[in-house]
Write a protein that binds this ligand. Sequence first.
Ligand code: UTP
Length: 471
Amino acid sequence: MIQSPDVKYQQEIERVYEFDQEQVFRFWDELTKHEKIELLKQISTIDFKLMSKLSHDVVNNTDEISSEKILDIADIISLNERKEEESEALKIGENLLRQGKMAAFLVSGGQGTRLGYDGPKGMYPVTPVKRKSLFQLHTEKLIATGNKYENQIPWFIMTSETNHDQTVKFFKQSNYFGYDESNIVFFNQEMIPAVDKNGKFILDAKHHIFTNPNGHGGSLNALWKSGAIEKMQLLGIEYIFYFQVDNVLAEICDPVYLGYHVKHGSEMSNKVVRKAFPAEKMGVICKINGKTGLVEYSDLPEKDMYATNPDGSLKYWGGSIAIHIFDVDFVIKENTGGFKLPYHVAHKSIPYLNENGEMIKPQDMNGIKFESFVFDALLDTEKSISVEVERNQEFSPLKNKEGLDSPKTVKQDLCNLYGGWLESSGIEVPKDKAGNVTTDIEINPLFALNEADLKNKNITVDKVKSDLYLE
Ligand code: UTP
């Protein structure tokens, strides 16, 4: 067995041998002392027992997650049903925001592979006129919400090793977009090694094992391990508003949603939109073996995807938009006695070092990445609720370079949203035949956070003629 330059890491070497992963030492003799320690430090962060189980399952094709699921319709509070409770929910939520009971929680640890942007996705410029980044847009919405309830909302931002430093630097350089720096907490999620088809770790440098962020489900674990939950408890926070970095229309810390969550005694809540068409690539909320959960579009059998109710409407219509509220107590429960969420597998093409130490970018799916998904936590709740929202008001994610959910569509959706607010204030807005707004319109969240705010403003124009920015 090889020897560690520092005796305190010798046990890492022993673990590597115990779990048959000694190929990670292929270039050991070529490494400097510093590189050897770097590699051993990385190894010390790996949960070998977990990795051994995951690799065993994929190599032997005994992945538990793919076991049979019996699906049924879940209760969803539809837009029609919402009308009855709306004003009560608003009051409850507003009161709690005034009391500072909610934190905002942004997950931005993903790699944004499909967008292919060189940098954290949150830095991507999205707004129609000022080209503000996702991070700036979210921050300004949060400032505006805090102002409304006279309480700046503590903001927790999860990153990963792949984008942490760049994210923090971006915020810092931009003076936190006006947020109080002491009210933002940045923390990292964990990374997890990928494996090849034989369950072996992959080297992406002579002294580094290829790892990827452990999925947005890892956020629930990171909240715990980073000490964020403890901080929230000290601040008296009871509810966490979870959102993802790419949704330009997210209504962050929406009081009505919080009101529903609390009124119904939910531990974890979901916002859903009606699927645009049966095969739309969205996870659907449904009952899974009797419990409310989410089935990914790729796991939804075709018969269920197209299943309809007697009136012809889609049976599984509620597509999740990945906006959740968690009870702080529920997140604690999820971490008590070890983190519970399962890992899903994704076959990917992973760059690796070959035996000669040359970097190979394979064409085929040579490796397997593991990721946990936040929505799996639904199955651990005693009670969860799902609330329907309007897609054009609350959901437009930036996922792809082109086509669906791309820079072009998010910009159009923002113009349509702001255009709609202006119209409801009696201002004429130019549109094409499909109903899309044809000029670039942007409204600073600090000027108006929603349609109702805008109605209270004194706007002198009666027609939008060219690009417009209101602040
Ligand atoms: P996606 O699943 O869309 O992944 O993440 P992505 O990284 O943005 O993009 P692709 O799939 O590589 O193209 C949805 C949200 O979850 C976060 C992302 O940052 C995004 O806000 N996420 C995803 C994490 O925070 N950590 C992860 O490990 C994965």
